[in-house]
Design a protein. Structure first.
Length: 182
């Protein structure tokens, strides 16, 4: 039931964003510039987040293989989670967001909240190696990220804007680090 509710809310939010896109007195050139400025601000957060999350699997792998102690794994992973929490605040507070992508941005920012909750739970589970009750948010995150980048592409196409090529990989592959590492 929860997944249906999340999907329905996401679709309603994106539909509202599509309706809002037609409003306002900005020229097409101004709208295109606003979208490109927004994407540049997102990229300044999204790319470092990807690099940060790439560091999770080596920590978890070393922990799983007993090359580092539970205390060291918790120290390293806790630092990673705290840095991620900072990015969660940044993406949630990102402004300005064009009206045409506001709903998609809000859904995208929520994926950071879900990921932060997962990372926090994983960090808490490290000392006892108790990974059975980690939240399973990957599907919700993936759906929101794909909807966000799809909305960006639709708006970019309407405005003749260019999006970074690597944006098309957002939402593909693994979303959350595995407790066993890679």
């Amino acid at each position: 039931m929860r997944r249906q509710t999340t999907g329905a809310v996401l679709l309603a939010a994106l539909a509202a964003g599509a309706l809002a896109a037609g409003c306002g007195g900005e020229s097409k050139a101004d709208q295109r510039q606003s979208l490109e400025d927004y994407v540049a601000k997102v990229e300044a957060i999204r790319l470092p987040v990807n690099e940060l999350l790439d560091k999770a699997d080596p920590i978890l792998g070393a922990y799983g293989e007993k090359r580092i102690s539970p205390a060291e794994a918790k120290r390293r992973f806790g630092a990673l989670e705290r840095r991620f929490a900072g990015y969660t605040v940044e993406i949630a507070g990102l402004e300005p967001v064009p009206d045409s992508v506001r709903a998609a941005q809000d859904a995208y920012a929520h994926t950071f909240v879900l990921e932060d909750a997962y990372l926090s739970a994983l960090d808490a589970a490290l000392p006892d190696h108790d990974f059975e009750h980690l939240p399973d948010t990957q599907n919700d995150q993936r759906a929101a990220i794909i909807a966000w980048r799809t909305r960006l592409q639709v708006v970019a196409n309407e405005l003749g804007a260019e999006l970074p090529a690597d944006l098309q990989v957002a939402g593909r592959g693994e979303i959350a680090p595995s407790p066993a590492g890679s």
